[in-house]
Design a protein around this ligand. Structure first.
Ligand code: PLP
Length: 375
């Protein structure tokens, strides 16, 4: 993995997340600061503070997330709060927003549809080749890579190059990769957005999001938006996220190793088709993944012969929990066909590899596939 802030690796930054400055008899770790009202300095020297405007637990979390994203970050109380802050704080009536049909999280697309009814021009592209024409005069390009759930990749350097030449901003939804799997700001994006309920939180017990940038004006616009619209996460959530980030690099490495091992197994199975994992040299977009991603990550997708077959597989597995969301300690699987709004091939499953022992997970999946084949 690449070196980051102060020449430190992401594992070091994560392990030291939120550590307070050393002082004799001082605590080794930070605690959440629950106060939402603060003493006012009647001489008006210190700024007046209030919990919705900002608090120290959010500051600590922002420092770590900013370091991991190699920029500065603003935290929000969900991934969608982060995405909607970018869209609503930056776009004005008559601005154009450019999206990719396959590279836009479903609910981001829903917000875009609402914006289209409020005077913002929304252009949805089917292919990269349409970008140079669509981006002329546009304000913002939003793209998700890898995409959820199909794990398609978009060439982020190329998108940033084309968009910037036309004067447009680029915001990348980095939730699937996480800041440890991909650094959109290094690839030229102006904004990196992330749902931290997934890989960053990593325990299926918090809802959180953030946006990172290196542009002071964009950061101020997002902070102002959050201040007015009340999108700040609670001190407890920020503290829990900080605590979770302590093991982020370890979790991501294990999830990545588990995904790699499962991909090896799945590649040998005749009932498995359309296998996708950006970390696999056999993936159709591997050359692009190798150029822009630091890790393949814990998510993989493939097809089994139909939904009943898929359900037999999931029922037979002892370790893979059928559930939505991804990025947690436990391996989970999503039967994508259960989402009628996503037109996907029957039998498509997205597995989020957890942190189980690799050999256990591989044995479990082999066994579940064998059982699904004979029942
Ligand atoms: C790619 C992507 N973007 C955005 C979101 C929304 O994040 P949240 O659920 O934290 O609001 C999700 C959630 O699944 C996601 O997968």
């Amino acid at each position: 993995m690449n070196r980051m802030k102060d020449g430190l690796g992401p594992g070091t930054i994560a392990a030291r997340a939120g550590a307070p400055p050393a002082e004799p008899a001082g605590p080794l770790v930070v605690s959440p600061e629950f106060a939402t009202a603060y003493h006012q300095d009647l001489d008006d020297v210190a700024p007046v503070r209030y919990g919705r405007w900002g608090h120290r637990s959010a500051d600590h979390l922002e420092e770590v997330l900013g370091a991991l994203d190699r920029g500065r970050s603003v935290v929000f109380n969900s991934g969608m709060a982060a995405v909607s802050a970018v869209l609503l704080a930056l776009l004005r009536p008559s601005d154009r927003l450019v999206l990719f049909e396959g590279g836009t999280y479903y609910e981001t697309r829903q917000i875009a549809d609402q914006l289209a009814g409020r005077g913002i021009e929304v252009q949805v592209l089917k292919a990269m080749a349409e970008l140079p024409a669509a981006v002329v005069g546009a304000r913002l390009v939003v793209v998700e890579s890898p995409s959820n759930p199909l794990l398609d990749l978009y060439d982020l350097r190329e998108i940033a190059r084309i968009a910037h030449a036309a004067g447009a901003l680029v915001a990348v939804d980095n939730s699937v990769a996480s800041p440890l799997g991909q650094c959109p700001l290094d690839l030229g994006a102006d904004l990196a957005m992330c749902s931290d309920a997934k890989v960053v939180g990593g325990h299926h017990d918090l809802v959180l999001g953030h946006v990172s940038s290196r542009d002071a004006e964009l950061l101020t616009a997002l902070q102002d938006w959050r201040y007015l619209h009340g999108g700040i996460p609670s001190a407890f959530t920020c503290w829990l996220a900080l605590r979770s980030i302590g093991t982020l690099e370890l979790r991501v490495q294990r999830q990545n190793a588990n995904a790699g091992a499962l991909v090896k197994l799945l590649a040998t199975r005749p009932e498995v088709t359309g296998l996708r994992w950006p970390g696999s040299p056999a993936d159709p977009q591997y050359p692009l993944a190798a150029r822009q991603m630091m890790l393949g990550g814990g998510l993989l997708a493939f097809r089994l012969p139909g939904r009943p077959y898929l359900h037999r597989f999931l029922r037979a597995s002892r370790l893979i929990v059928p559930a939505t969301s991804y990025g947690g300690l436990q391996s989970t699987a999503n039967d994508i066909g259960a989402w009628p709004h996503l037109a996907v091939p029957a039998g498509l499953v997205r597995i989020s590899c957890g942190c189980e022992d690799t050999a256990d997970l591989v044995d479990d999946v082999r066994d579940a596939l064998d059982k699904a084949a004979v029942s």
